[in-house]
Design a protein. Structure first.
Length: 479
């Protein structure tokens, strides 16, 4: 409860002894800010930040925090809402933004706004372009020194030469009479020996400072051809299928052209589209990679040979050239023979001998086919003979011929094929024979006999070796 003075007063006594009595009453209302706060807050990266929320009210207000319009809740692990404010542990760059503390009760609400700035120490953003710190250039050339950096707040950069700040006049002179155009890059044009020295960039903000130093050396042009330094390239030996390389170091006033050549062995000229003649030999030009500039002012190039083969062996030349001439040096590559055993070719069947499965399979197949044919032939013969005898014995006694007739020989029939089936007469042959007897006629002929004809019809099914199925019928007649 907050007691405040009311507008009601009472006066007692008269004259000097008059007294006024003030009555206070309990008053409720919306939340209000109890003290002044700094609405702009800053914190260094990685530290702990506390944002206060000094509000009071009757009834006590409910406190809620938001960041950039999003409610802060227990899922924000590094954030904790306290009665006195908001605590942020291990501040990150993403924590920068607008924070609002909102206090609400039944009578209204009040907000306290904060802008949080996370201070980040400067750092170089392109370190790969700053590796070359010693730069040697001839008179009249140019060079660019880079010190690109970032930070929060945005850092400032100051350039120094030999530990002395470069004033505007010096900067214009360093830039060849032109003002600097890029803050993070110092351009030196139309170099003279006076430009030689150490150039340092100092980058700083409220969180700290970083620096980088370049050494620039301006040399007089000697008007000489390139010189191959060191002992490279050197003779090299490599295993068959292995990887090796040749190196070539060249010193030159200006960036030279470095080219690799391989000598063409006599008789191999037709294997290449184009060759060049150096001395008494012909060479083929090989693909060349990038030429690297070294801190000592020389230039380096490498020739990589992978999966070495016998034809890679031979003499190689490194050729360095500029406008004043060229220099070269040679080295030999030896490729050791392949130690892997030669692949044994798979022998194929020749006319001198056949594979064992073929030798066994052909006779077995022939025997199987012949056996199947013979079995079918025997079954066919047995079936025909048995059918004739069984048909006669199975007739009823009333239908059988008399004994005298049975003993009498049958009329002579046409000669049958010599196939073994003597008891089988076709129906067509029997009719033809009967017609012949009728045409001959005469009293001298024996009485005509009209034997009863009984038919026996049955079907045979045969499966052949090649998978085909064959069916046929046998029709037997008996006189």
């Amino acid at each position: 409860m907050k007691w405040v003075a009311s507008d009601l007063t009472f006066q007692t006594g008269h004259g000097k002894n008059d007294k006024q009595i003030f009555f206070e009453s309990c008053v409720s209302g919306p939340p209000r800010v109890s003290e002044r706060v700094a609405h702009r807050q800053s914190i260094r990266l990685g530290r702990t930040m506390k944002l206060p929320c000094p509000v009071e009210g009757d009834p006590p207000p409910l406190i809620m925090w938001t960041k950039d319009g999003r409610n802060i809740h227990s899922g924000w692990t590094r954030f904790r809402v306290l009665q006195q404010g908001l605590r942020i542990k291990e501040v990150e760059t993403e924590d920068a933004g607008t924070y609002i503390c909102k206090a609400t009760n039944g009578f209204g609400s009040v907000n306290i706004n904060y802008t949080l700035i996370v201070i980040v120490r400067p750092r170089f953003t392109q370190p790969a372009k700053m590796r070359k710190r010693v730069i040697i250039r001839p008179v009249g050339s140019s060079v660019r020194l880079k010190c690109t950096a970032s930070g929060n707040p945005r850092p400032d950069i100051v350039w120094l030469k030999d530990n002395r700040p470069l004033v505007d006049e010096d900067s214009r002179a360093a830039a060849g009479g032109e003002p600097k155009k890029k803050k993070w890059t110092l351009s030196l044009k139309n170099l003279t020996p006076e430009h030689s020295g150490k150039y340092t960039c100092q980058v700083s903000n409220r969180a700290g400072q970083i620096n980088a130093t370049y050494k620039v050396e301006v040399i007089q042009r000697t008007n000489s051809k390139p010189i191959l330094t060191g002992t490279h390239p050197v003779n090299t030996t490599v295993d068959y299928g292995g990887t090796t390389s040749f190196q070539c170091k060249v010193r030159s006033d200006v960036k030279p052209v470095i080219q690799w050549l391989k000598r063409v062995e006599p008789g191999d000229e037709n294997k290449f589209n184009s060759t060049i003649e150096v001395g008494d030999h012909r060479f083929v030009v090989l693909p060349t990679g990038e030429v690297w500039s070294r801190p000592d002012g020389s230039y380096l190039n490498k020739l990589l040979i992978t999966r070495a083969k016998e034809e890679d062996a031979g003499m190689y030349i490194c050729l360095g050239a500029n406008t004043m001439g060229y220099s070269f040096r040679s080295a030999y590559l030896t490729v050791l023979p392949d130690v892997k055993p030669p692949m044994t070719p798979v022998t194929t069947a020749t006319s001198q001998g056949l594979p064992l499965p073929v030798i066994i399979g052909i006779p077995a197949g022939v025997a199987f086919i012949l056996g199947t044919a013979l079995l079918w032939f025997c079954q066919s013969k047995r079936t025909c003979s048995s059918s004739s005898s069984s048909s006669s014995s199975a007739l009823p006694a009333a239908q059988r011929l008399p004994a005298s007739n049975r003993d009498r020989p049958c009329p002579t029939l046409p000669t049958q094929p010599a196939n073994g089936d003597k008891d089988c007469v076709s129906y067509e042959d029997y009719i033809a024979h009967q017609q012949l007897l009728l045409t001959q006629g005469g009293t001298g002929l024996a009485p005509k006999v009209y034997p009863k004809i009984y038919t026996d019809i049955h079907t045979h099914t045969h499966s052949h070796v090649d998978g085909k199925v064959h069916q046929h019928q046998h029709i037997h007649y008996q006189c």
